[in-house]
Design a protein around this ligand. Structure first.
Ligand code: UDX
Ligand code: UDX
Length: 460
């Protein structure tokens, strides 16, 4: 039986950082080292000032404080950490391919392959390699083939252990997961990882499967969650034309225990690093096996989400008398959901892009997202040059001042603080009629309308 003394995690991102912090916190007898190629990121993880950690996640700072430099270490020395480890988690990013075969759909596995090659080159003793990154089903085959062809006599066991944490609630999800999923072929290796989690997760919640079921389950879980959001968003459009209220419909259907109440919140569209990427991946895999009906079915979840984002921005333009040229539109929120500074695939980016096409000025306020990040998201889209993005988009840190001379406010993220802003002062600052487009249905319509705003929400 393998006893784990040293764990290394390659990739100190939104998944690797919080997951390893909790594993270290709960396993003080195991040395956990998180490595990353990005030195700035590692320096931030090592920062004395915990407000400078590279990712914002409620509750993360206290766990890092407890475990860091006790048995949790952050480093850029990847070779040394691989050499020392009995168990290596691969938690590097797997973005959608932007080139070649599978462009725009397949996951780019180049970082995964680089990790496998580095492990193969450095390893001198047997190791368990754990896929933490979300991967297409059967990726373990490729990793296995790279690791097992080094000819240095080292034995590798591959496990799949997908992460189900959601950003903003990552610490609670890690502390108290619905389940931990471990896929593998070698019983000893599986048991070694079970033991790491069993320090705080009840055994009944740790399920083990074969490798392929585990890899596929992660994609399917995200696809099902995203599908619920697209389903309710499709109904939101129907509500708007029939006089039904989407929140009332969601509540009514969600109380049916067979349906359940979660992931039924209509919105401007889902974002985040996972949903779109994983569905595209599922579609790509289905198509590669010629399962075209299956692929088309899941593709529709993405199409509906694109439609929802487009519909939101089109509604702003239509309501503002069919032109936003030169008008000031204030965005409250840029992150893809509240309580995170992550902006990957955030609906705000696409809504902004559409409004910029129509030559609007955009003023962004988000409590956790930096100006640098907003510009980098727009530059990455490549619709227009960096100078233009900086000319037409302003990022501010005072939400009330942001509304001075604004024609409309668009709520793009459901940050709690937006509910208690000084809406009277905001109204006074704005051109009349003063429009609010609530892309998250978070504001209290009655009090907003009483102040004088013209208020539009989703699905009502
Ligand atoms: C994770 C998962 O790994 C991904 O599969 C999942 O679908 C989304 O979440 P995440 O932690 O959010 O990724 O990604 P990111 O915050 O980008 O962190 C990945 C880190 O890996 C980066 O800090 C990057 O510098 C590092 N990296 C990448 C390496 O250290 N080595 C590499 O070869 C590539
Ligand atoms: C998701 C999965 O939930 C998690 O299990 C997996 O490990 C990673 O992907 P995450 O992307 O961090 O987590 O956040 P999630 O809470 O799932 O929200 C995703 C997007 O859907 C957000 O933009 C959110 O605003 C949106 N959403 C969610 C809705 O619009 N309505 C809902 O009812 C729920």
């Amino acid at each position: 039986m393998h006893t784990i003394k040293n764990i290394t995690c390659i990739g100190a991102g939104y998944v690797g950082g919080p997951t390893m912090s909790v594993i270290a916190q709960k396993n003080p007898d195991i040395k956990v080292t998180v490595v990353d190629l990005n030195k700035t990121r590692i320096d931030a993880w090592n920062s004395d000032d915990l407000s400078l950690l590279p990712i914002y996640e409620p509750g993360l700072d206290s766990v890092v404080k407890e475990a860091r430099n006790r048995n949790l270490f952050f480093s850029t020395d990847v070779d040394k950490a691989i050499d020392e480890a009995d168990m290596i988690f691969i938690s590097v990013n797997t973005p959608t391919k932007t080139y070649g075969k599978g462009k725009g759909q397949a996951a780019d596995l180049k970082y995964i392959e680089l990790c496998a090659r580095q492990i193969a080159r450095v390893a001198k003793n047997d190791k368990i390699v754990v896929e933490k990154s979300t991967l297409p089903v059967r990726t373990a085959d490729a990793i296995k083939s790279i690791l097992n062809n080094t000819g240095n006599g080292v034995n590798f066991h591959i496990l799949s252990n997908p992460e189900f944490l959601a950003e903003g609630t990552a610490m609670a999800d890690l502390e108290n997961p619905d389940r931990v999923l471990i896929g593998g072929e070698n019983e000893d290796a599986i048991q070694a990882l079970v033991n790491v989690y069993a320090k705080w997760v009840p055994k009944a919640k740790i399920i083990t499967t074969n490798l392929w079921s585990s890899e596929l389950s992660k994609l399917v879980a995200n696809a099902f969650l995203a599908q619920r959001v697209s389903s309710i968003n499709s109904i939101s459009e129907l509500c708007e034309v029939t006089g039904a209220n989407v929140d009332e419909v969601a509540n009514a259907i969600g109380m049916d225990s067979r349906i359940g109440s979660k992931f039924l919140k209509a919105s401007v569209g889902f974002g985040g690093s996972c949903f779109q990427k994983d569905i595209l991946n599922l579609v790509y895999i289905a198509r590669s096996y010629n399962l075209n009906e299956v692929a088309d079915y899941w593709q529709q979840v993405i199409s509906m989400n694109d439609h929802q984002k487009q519909r939101f921005s089109s509604n702003i333009i239509k309501t503002l008398y069919n032109t936003v040229n030169g008008k000031n539109i204030v965005f409250y929120g840029w992150a893809f959901k509240k309580d995170t500074n992550d902006t990957r695939e955030s609906a705000a980016i696409y809504v902004a892009d559409h409004l910029l096409d129509e030559e609007a000025n955009i003023i962004v306020y988000d409590p956790k997202v930096s100006a640098e990040q907003v510009y980098s998201d727009l530059d990455y889209l490549g619709t227009r040059g960096p100078e233009e993005n900086r000319r037409f988009v302003t990022v501010v840190n005072n939400p009330v001042a942001a509304s001075k001379g604004a024609h409309a406010i668009a709520v793009l993220t459901e940050w709690d603080e937006f509910k208690s802003l000084d809406w009277k002062s905001i109204y006074a600052n704005m051109f009349k009629p003063a429009f609010i487009f609530d892309g998250r249905n978070v504001l209290d319509k009655n009090s907003i309308v009483e102040i004088g705003f013209s208020y539009k929400s989703i699905g009502k």
